[in-house]
Design a binder for this molecule. Structure first.
Ligand code: SF4
Length: 343
């Protein structure tokens, strides 16, 4: 059966939208973004989209991918109750609050440095006291090389706190308005957006992502959150899937395939302007890297996708493993302090 007039028109619109990205006209029409997200996997248009995203990623980062690395300052139940997170109190994975010894955190950060991580993230759960975060991060900073890019990944904060982060040596922050924010989390979207504004006002670069994608998320919600990442003018966006935590309500819904995630992160790349160099995905996979993800994460310590307290013994990958995944995706990896966060 031949293509209908509607099919031909939709295909032409998708191709025009993808071409537009090369002309540095970021897509602003939510309906069109939705159409790109809904292109059937493995269709000619999806293949074209992924090819375009890959070339755009290469242009945006001058062909050089990055590996960032994260460790944590604490582990324990968090009353913000983001249902996708292993720390959420409602998920009952961790029962006890623990501060992880600073010597161990510093040792891990030095391992990341030695392995060539382009940026090092310090993470704490959403209820970890901000003053404590600052004090301990300042000690870590003193023990790292001056050129190491340090990034904070913590709960929401205001502009004075953002300035404190800057003062103790953070160059940027990872923060996101997550899928389901305010519904499957106890955090209002506006509070997350206020943190974005605080970062900008304090001169902290922002890394963000369309995450954590689950099978139940509608095109409308994906578009809404994708547009938020674009409008935040981040150092990078991208897309990451939710890792199911077994025995939890969201865990029961399963996971989106890596093939589908490759398509979604490709849409993110064509929607964001070329002035944004990074396009991340998590967890690291070669399909996503080939489709244009030029930023992957290594992890140690606790992480919200793992039920192990030490993710290096569980799901977490090393810097070398992330570099190997990028190599499988035909990327060269940048050597030096993150160009994405300093773009
Ligand atoms: S994602 Fe952050 S704020 Fe939400 S439950 Fe987990 S640690 Fe708490």
């Amino acid at each position: 059966m031949g293509a209908s007039a509607t099919d031909r028109r939709d295909s032409a619109r998708a191709r025009a939208a993808i071409d537009g990205a090369f002309e540095e006209r970021p897509l602003s029409d939510p309906e069109l973004i939705g159409e790109l997200l809904e292109l059937p996997l493995f269709s000619d248009e999806s293949s074209m989209l992924i090819g375009a995203a890959r070339r755009l990623s290469e242009q945006a980062c001058e062909g050089l991918a990055e590996v960032h690395a994260q460790t944590s300052l604490n582990v324990g139940p968090c009353v913000r109750n983001c249902m996708f997170c292993s720390f959420a109190e409602c998920n009952g994975v961790f029962s006890e609050q623990k501060e992880l010894p600073l010597e161990g955190v510093i040792r891990q950060c030095r391992q990341f440095e030695a392995a060539g991580a382009n940026a090092i993230y310090l993470m704490a759960t959403g209820i970890y006291p901000f003053r404590r975060f600052i004090e301990r991060a300042a000690t870590v900073r003193e023990q790292l090389k001056a050129q190491t890019v340090m990034i904070a990944n913590c709960g929401d904060f205001g502009v004075d706190d953002a300035r404190e982060l800057r003062r103790v040596g953070f160059e940027g922050v990872y923060h996101a308005v997550r899928l389901g924010e305010g519904q499957t989390t106890d955090i209002p979207i506006e509070r997350r957006l206020a943190t974005f504004r605080a970062c900008r006002e304090a001169g902290l670069a922002l890394g963000t992502c369309l995450e954590p994608v689950g099978p139940e998320h509608t095109t409308e919600e994906l578009v809404e959150k994708l547009v938020i990442t674009r409008d935040a003018q981040p150092a990078y966006s991208g897309s990451a899937r939710r890792v199911p935590i077994s025995g939890t309500p969201l865990g029961e819904l399963g996971a989106v395939s890596e093939a589908r995630m490759a398509h979604i992160l490709a849409v993110v790349r064509v929607v964001l302007p070329l002035s944004i160099p990074g396009n991340c995905t998590h967890e690291p996979n070669a399909l996503g890297a080939a489709a244009g993800a030029n930023l992957l994460w290594a992890e140690m310590g606790a992480n919200p996708r793992d039920t192990h307290e030490k993710t290096e013994e569980g799901r977490g990958m090393t810097v070398a493993q992330c570099r190997a995944v990028l190599s499988e995706g035909e990327w060269e990896v940048f050597g030096g302090p993150s160009a994405f966060y300093r773009a």
